[in-house]
Design a protein around this ligand. Sequence first.
Ligand code: HH2
Length: 267
Amino acid sequence: MTLDRPRIMGVLNVTPDSFSDGGTFVAANAALAVARAMVEDGADIVDVGGESTRPGALAIPPDEEQRRVIPVIKALAAAGVRVSVDTRNASTMAAALDAGALIINDVSGLSYDPAAAPLVARRGCPVVLMHMRGTPATMRARAVYADVAAEVVAELRGCVAAAEAAGISRDAIVLDPGVGFAKDAAQSLAVLRALPDVAALGCPLLIGVSRKSFIGVVAGEADPLRRLPGSLAAALFALSRGAAILRVHDVAETVQAVRVWQALGSG
Ligand code: HH2
């Protein structure tokens, strides 16, 4: 997949407790229908996740995670959909790649499971390294920075170095500053403003702002399902600051916004 134009990653949560879709898509058939619709709407990648990473969420065992995501990944891959798997567990990564996933998306930047980086190196697949501190259960308390942008850039640089030391090619790495992960609303905004500094690390950038809580804080909107306008504003801002891939829930709406943004000469 070339990154000569903005790419859209559609979010497919196969969790009973995801904050934004309430686990509506627990059945593999329903998940497949939703993913197909995303692709028809213009998604380049469908990101399948089985573990909620919302603040305070507890980890689930990898076998339960695999029970949720592997049937969905198999069905999507068989239908020709480009799938990424959103997981921190090496065993889930391996099972997902075996089921036809092409991309690993790890919110821990391959730091959660010591077996993850060697696995990704062996398989030679593209990997998204996201910035976070702690785990979803502990990250709120870790959102303490003197200079959030500089520290996120430095910590992502460390993630890239660790990945390369494990044998992962730099060409395979996509970076994500992790909006909302160990960052409060002000810190998330600061990191988005500093995206050019993250881009200067030299890897393509993936950004997830869709329905996130910083939008709720800025706009006074408690319901994640009512945060589409703010999500679009932040997505276009991220593109203008160097993002290559947008991770979104509302694919059709984002594709339309990006097309108009490009037609105006911003792309
Ligand atoms: N955000 C969530 C999950 N995975 N991966 C990347 N690379 N970047 C992100 O910003 C990102 C991510 C948010 O997770 P969750 O709280 O489970 O909600 P949802 O999956 O509905 O977005």
